[in-house]
Design a protein around this ligand. Structure first.
Ligand SMILES: Nc1ncnc2c1ncn2[C@@H]1O[C@H](COP(=O)(O)OP(=O)(O)OP(=O)(O)O)[C@@H](O)[C@H]1O
Length: 356
């Protein structure tokens, strides 16, 4: 099922929660709505589900106008953050609920319902637990039941609101994989809300970055990470180093160095801020063109990556650097060493857009 969101706005009294949201989602896509608290993610999801009415604009499923169609008739699967399982029903009864409450002429036979429940229990690896009650399950197991229950009715659209928000990091990671697999197997169009950029990067085909009720950027995880179109997106999707200076002939003049930049064509001869990801900072033992001296003040090695904190010697500013462990070892870097750093990809924005 394709979904088109056409200029959807939503106000709660005087407060504008969504402003002219425009988005086309292809059949079979897995989309993450990513943004800080209050950016409008849940409001948008609820409007797509039909649980909330838009103040303006329209929602189309497969080209058909759904704006005034109620939630039940839209036939979307929904998974919430807080399980929302029926506590008085067993796992099997929770999963089969949507099938059992269908009108008699559309309800599968008892045997078919049983087969469907067994199939779903297998898919979410909960075989043998069908007689348990939700209180007898772990958080991760409950969320798997919630996923199975949403999928039992074979929705063409699956909407998930922070589905793994209440779970610990390891279980979250495991469930992300689940979501991806189930999404593929069920040939469903899925939209999930998250404020966790790593989760969005890990699972989604495309990420919709939201801020203050507007879409800041839409793109594949790679696109939004490597080519953020605003300081907000840059900052929200990971750590960043900032270099203030002036843009001259495509170079950012900052302190005593000149850094080759990307973007910022309309910012020539203006004050700008350069944004550089920590993994885009090269390190050298000796000075090279475009490098500046730094002193290493903190070293933290985590698995294959080494996180370094350093001070720029000319301006006493702190910068963050991430290096593969092999490169770190090869360079033989120690605490208090003075080395030379050269930024590889410098994106520039005007200071007015500056958001950090
Ligand atoms: N029923 C409501 N009445 C009034 N204001 C509301 C209502 N629902 C949401 N809002 C406001 O709309 C804005 C967007 O809320 P929404 O829940 O969509 O954001 P969100 O991005 O999902 O945030 P979170 O990650 O915290 O859930 C918030 O400022 C919220 O306070």
């Amino acid at each position: 099922m394709s979904i088109d969101i056409n200029d959807v706005s939503k106000s709660f009294g005087d407060f504008q929660a969504l402003e002219q949201i425009k988005l086309s989602i292809k059949k079979g896509e897995l989309i993450a709505l990513l943004g800080p608290s209050g950016s409008g993610k849940t409001s948008l999801l609820r409007i797509i589900a039909g649980l909330e009415k838009a103040s303006a604009g329209s929602i189309h499923f497969n080209g058909e106008d759904m704006t005034n169609v109620n939630a039940i008739s839209r036939q979307v699967g929904f998974v919430f953050q807080h399980y929302a399982l029926f506590s008085h029903m067993t796992v099997a009864d929770n999963i089969s609920y949507g099938l059992r409450v269908r009108p008699r002429n559309k309800r599968p036979s008892k045997k078919d319902i049983q087969l469907k429940v067994d199939e779903l229990l297998g898919l979410v690896k909960l075989d043998g637990l069908q007689k348990r009650y939700p209180s007898q399950l772990s958080g991760g197991q409950r969320q798997r039941v919630a996923l199975a229950r949403a999928l039992a009715v074979q929705p063409e659209v699956l909407l998930l609101d922070e589905p793994f928000g209440a779970l610990d990091a390891k279980v979250r990671k495991e469930l992300r994989r689940w979501l991806r697999n189930l999404h593929n197997q069920f040939d469903v169009t899925s939209i999930f809300v998250t404020h966790d950029q790593e989760e969005a990067m890990d699972v989604a085909d495309r990420i919709v970055v939201m801020n203050h009720g507007r879409i800041e950027q839409v793109g594949t995880p790679d696109e939004v990470y490597e080519n953020p179109n605003s300081p907000f997106v840059f900052d929200f999707l990971g750590n960043v180093n900032l270099f203030k200076g002036r843009l001259q002939q495509g170079n950012l003049k900052t302190g005593n160095v000149s850094l080759r930049t990307e973007g910022g064509a309309n910012l020539e001869n203006q004050d700008v801020v350069g944004y550089i990801r920590p993994h885009q900072m090269e390190l050298h033992r000796t000075s090279v063109e475009g490098s500046f001296p730094i002193k290493i003040v903190h070293i933290q090695s985590v698995g294959p990556i080494v996180f370094l904190e350093a001070i720029k010697l000319d301006e006493e500013e702190t910068i963050d650097i991430e290096l593969p462990k092999s490169e770190f070892t090869e360079l033989g870097i120690r605490l208090d060493d003075v080395v030379h750093s050269k930024p590889k990809h410098v994106h520039v924005f005007s200071p007015e857009e500056f958001s950090i």
